[in-house]
Write a protein that binds this ligand. Structure first.
Ligand SMILES: [Zn+2]
Length: 407
């Protein structure tokens, strides 16, 4: 029968020689030459050769169908999909850091295949390890029955923010804490164009913005991810709420396949997308999470758990005002902004009910002049100045409104 969830700690089975070999190297690497994914009978066999045994877990997820393999501390440098992937039943591979200390390999499946066997064997002479996973054909019903994200203490994703009180509105009596959210990261690279990755470009911008905000003396600022690691969309909201953020600014530089998307755009949350392109962007972001192996099925519960309707009503207006300020602030400092610079759609990452949240598309990597801008320090500095200006104006106006409401 199929295995629903499997955890194995390879280190337990390791002998003394292996332990010695392991001390020589802190992080396991994948030995590409001896790793292979191929069709065997009507199933698939995945053999991964690692320089040392590591704890791992695996599970499958439906819609889209995929196998997720997590490892502790695997360095993916040199991992070449073309050398490893030889199965007709596998559509694609994704790999990279999932969260600090954990790496992930996502195997996209063309048809329902469930885990039949998974074994990690350690070579006690060389200290290396072989993970062998056998997938067997399953019906859709079987696949679904044995699919689902892993839930145990050690591996669990942060839970929803149940029981947290809505953030108190600022009235201008303290420096605001700005949560800057660099999009994508780790296993999810975001848009890719001419060798540049969105996850790197937006992290660079986020760091520059953080520095400028702190240097102004008027703000505190923190990033939702500080390095190249994956953070799911719901987690980004949780992180911002835990840090006590007054404002949530998500930063992206996506590529859009259709239309000539260009220029800086500011997005806010709405049930109804203001344009087809805005809806497409929101979908792309959810899909990035799905492809990275996040089970968004529970997401609505998480969001529902933090629903604070009174706060949300106010937050919508506050987010819209912030978006307008950003449009004029960035427009002023950069000199021009696109025709319809404020759009809205159902962005998962903007769903904090009590933190004004906006998503800034700095530009679209698929557009040459936008990409040039993103790569130019002077241009980024102008945008940073525009954002600081916008926050100054917004914070003043927002505090005045809050004081009125209190009276
Ligand atoms: Zn993006």
């Amino acid at each position: 029968m199929f295995i629903r969830i499997l955890v194995a700690v390879g280190l337990i089975s390791m002998g003394a020689a292996g332990a010695m070999a392991q001390q020589l190297q802190a992080i396991a690497r994948v030995d590409v030459e001896n790793s292979r994914i191929e069709d065997v009978g009507d199933g698939v066999e995945i053999r991964l050769s690692l320089t040392q045994p590591v704890p791992y877990r695996l599970f499958t997820l439906a819609e889209p169908m995929r196998l997720v393999i997590d490892f502790r501390e695997v360095d993916w440098q040199g991992f070449d999909e073309a050398k490893v992937q030889g199965s007709e039943q596998v559509a694609d591979l994704r790999f990279g850091i999932f969260r600090p200390g954990w790496s992930r390999l996502v195997v996209d499946l063309k048809q329902p295949l469930s885990v039949f066997q998974a074994v990690m064997e350690t070579d006690h002479v060389t200290g290396s390890a072989k993970l062998s996973i056998k997938l067997a054909n399953a019906s859709i019903a079987e696949f679904k029955a044995f699919s689902g994200a892993f839930s145990s203490e050690e591996w669990a994703l942060p839970q929803g923010d149940k029981g947290l009180q809505p953030k108190t509105r600022q009235i201008g009596d303290r420096p605001l804490l700005i949560a800057i959210d660099p999009g994508h990261g780790g296993i999810d690279p975001g848009a890719e164009h001419e060798g540049y990755l969105e996850k790197h470009l937006v992290l660079q911008f986020a760091r520059e913005l953080k520095e400028a905000l702190i240097l102004s003396g008027r703000y505190k600022a923190q990033l939702t991810r500080t390095g190249d690691s994956f953070v799911s969309l719901p987690d980004r909201i949780s992180i911002a709420r835990k840090m006590g953020a007054d404002v949530f600014l998500s930063v992206h530089a996506d590529a859009l396949s259709e239309g000539k998307a260009t220029g800086t755009t500011v997005y806010t949350l709405s049930d109804k997308a203001s344009s087809g392109a805005a809806a497409e962007l929101a979908r792309q972001h959810d899909r990035s999470d799905l492809l990275a192996g996040v089970d968004l099925a529970q997401q609505d519960d998480l969001i529902a758990a933090v629903l604070m309707d009174m706060a949300r009503l106010e937050t919508t207006g506050r987010s819209d005002l912030l978006a307008e300020m950003l449009v004029s602030g960035i427009g002023q400092s950069v000199g021009r902004i696109r025709k319809r610079p404020h759009l809205s759609a159902g962005f998962t990452v903007l769903k904090a009910p009590d933190i004004p949240s906006v998503l800034v598309e700095l530009g679209f990597m698929s557009n040459r002049s936008d990409l040039n801008n993103l790569l130019t320090l002077e241009w980024r500095e102008k945008v940073v100045r525009g954002v600081v200006l916008a926050l100054d104006t917004w914070a003043f106006e927002d505090a005045a409104q809050a004081r009125l409401l209190r009276q």
